[in-house]
Ligand binder design. Structure first.
Ligand code: C2E
Ligand code: CA
Ligand code: CA
Length: 435
């Protein structure tokens, strides 16, 4: 065989050759199944960066020896690129089921991980594998699609904490389709003003009067249907489009406040959400500065909410952002406190102004003694640190009364009001905030 048909580093087929062979196998699948196994090495870049390319190359060769030896039923194999490998395996009709095969690969991956972690002194090394299956029913599937399905399953596996091996299924395609549909309609949604800012009132615990609101985005499609942020925000965070969408919301909020101030109408401070994506770019400060100059809104009327996990993921950057926002005169809150791995330590380290207790503290039904204790401690600690406390997700009178008892200063939740459209919120302001 000609040498240029082989990958120089690993001696495996080149990917184009692999696809040709696979095409042929698919045509002759008969009653057997062809199983595509697509694997990559998580944190391979770390090995390359830490130990150099020589070690990285040795690891790749080792990896190939290992998996060629183990799978046994491999009909062809290739390195797609870098640390991405694919094999095609033929399984007889009475061989292991797809799920059994996945379990075998799962076990093999774990064994290989142990071995490689010892050899390459990296506890982070991990294999992620996606599997797709071609049987006589899917004979019309071409080789490239079959590999791309396995690759998609691999991406799903890579995001999982405990599962390194995932079988492709059609619903993954649905997910991808939805993602493409959403991300590709963002430019239109922005230019056609399909995004609407809703406002959820915040209430002063002592007086039960309106003292602020949180701006929450809604997407109303041209057909009138709504898409909620929990569905589209994670997708547009991945694509980076959240930056433009957040800026859109900030601009709407500044414009809303400026318009009311111009007419001498009553306003309350409005908080806006800050996606984690801003942390890697930091243009946000410049953008907000532009808004301040353009709309001449006092900075005491806008607050920025950063979700708890942002602080944990990148404390340095988060601190830089808080300082920048403070310098411009804005208040900053820690959103969703208690929803993840809350670090009480962070509270004393970061100069935040407001802590928003997540609704996990207020579970459905009667309040449990343990939750009461935790809420009262967090509120007490915040008070001592001179941080204002607000509890989110208040749904009942009992919860609201308890928050009053422990001295939580502000409340927000369906018990007082759901997020409401701007016109309704304006009416509320015009009626002096009587909820
Ligand atoms: P969040 O910032 O924690 O916002 C509070 C969410 O809780 C809102 O959901 C709100 O409708 C809901 N909620 C309020 N009170 C209650 C209650 O009493 N009970 C229950 N069960 N839920 C309550 P929403 O509007 O669907 O927003 C979901 C998340 O999407 C927000 O969570 C926030 O993380 C994100 N988000 C919303 N708007 C924006 C935005 O403009 N920019 C960014 N970056 N994220 C946004
Ligand atoms: Ca929020
Ligand atoms: Ca929240």
């Amino acid at each position: 065989m000609k040498t240029d048909m082989k990958d120089v580093l690993t001696g495996l087929d080149r990917y184009e050759v692999f696809l040709e062979k696979l095409e042929e196998e698919i045509r002759n699948v008969g009653d057997d199944r062809i199983v595509i196994v697509y694997t990559d090495i998580k944190h391979f870049k770390y090995i390359n960066d830490t130990y150099g390319y020589k070690v990285g190359d040795a690891l790749l060769r080792d990896f190939v020896n290992e998996f060629m030896k183990a799978e046994g039923i491999i009909i062809c194999a290739a390195r797609v690129y870098s640390d991405n490998f694919v094999t095609a395996n033929r399984i007889a009709a009475d061989g292991p089921s797809n799920e059994e095969f996945r379990d075998i690969i799962h076990r093999l991956n774990q064994e290989r991980e142990t071995k490689f972690r010892e050899k390459y002194l990296s506890s982070r090394l991990q294999f992620s594998t996606g599997i797709s299956v071609i049987d006589k029913n899917s004979r019309r599937l071409d080789a490239e699609t079959a590999v791309s399905n396995a690759n998609l399953a691999r991406k799903v596996a890579k995001e999982m904490e405990n599962d390194c091996c995932v079988l492709f299924d059609q619903s993954m395609m649905e997910g991808i389709k939805r993602e493409v549909e959403i991300t590709s309609s963002i430019p239109r949604a922005l230019s056609q003003r399909e995004f609407k800012v809703y406002f959820q009132p915040k209430i002063d615990t002592e007086t039960l009067l309106l003292i602020g609101a949180e701006a929450l985005i809604r997407w109303q499609k041209p057909d009138g249907s709504f898409i909620y942020p929990d569905e589209f925000i994670p997708l547009i965070e991945r694509s980076g489009q959240i930056v433009d969408v957040d800026y859109y919301v900030y601009r709407e909020v500044f414009a809303f406040l400026a318009a009311r101030l111009k007419e001498d109408k009553w306003v309350v401070p409005i908080s806006v959400n800050v996606s984690r994506v801003h942390l890697s770019r930091m243009h946000i400060l410049e953008y907000v500065k532009v808004l301040l100059e353009e709309f001449q809104v006092p900075c005491s009327l806008v607050e920025f909410e950063l979700t708890e996990s942002i602080y944990l993921e990148n404390t340095e950057r988060a601190l830089e952002l808080i300082k920048g926002l403070h310098k411009l005169g804005f208040k900053v809150s820690m959103d969703d406190f208690g929803s993840g791995y809350s670090s009480l330590n962070l509270l004393s380290k970061l100069p935040i102004d407001i802590i928003k207790l997540d609704r996990v503290f207020l579970k459905e039904g009667e309040m449990q003694e343990n939750d009461r204790i935790i809420i009262s401690c967090v509120v007490d600690m915040a008070r001592r640190l001179k941080i204002t406390s607000l509890c989110e997700g208040v749904e009942t009178l009992e919860q609201s009364n308890y928050l009053k008892e422990v001295g939580c200063q502000m409340q927000q939740g369906f018990y007082f009001s759901r997020p409401i459209p701007q016109e309704v919120f304006e009416k509320l302001l015009d009626e002096n905030g009587e909820i």
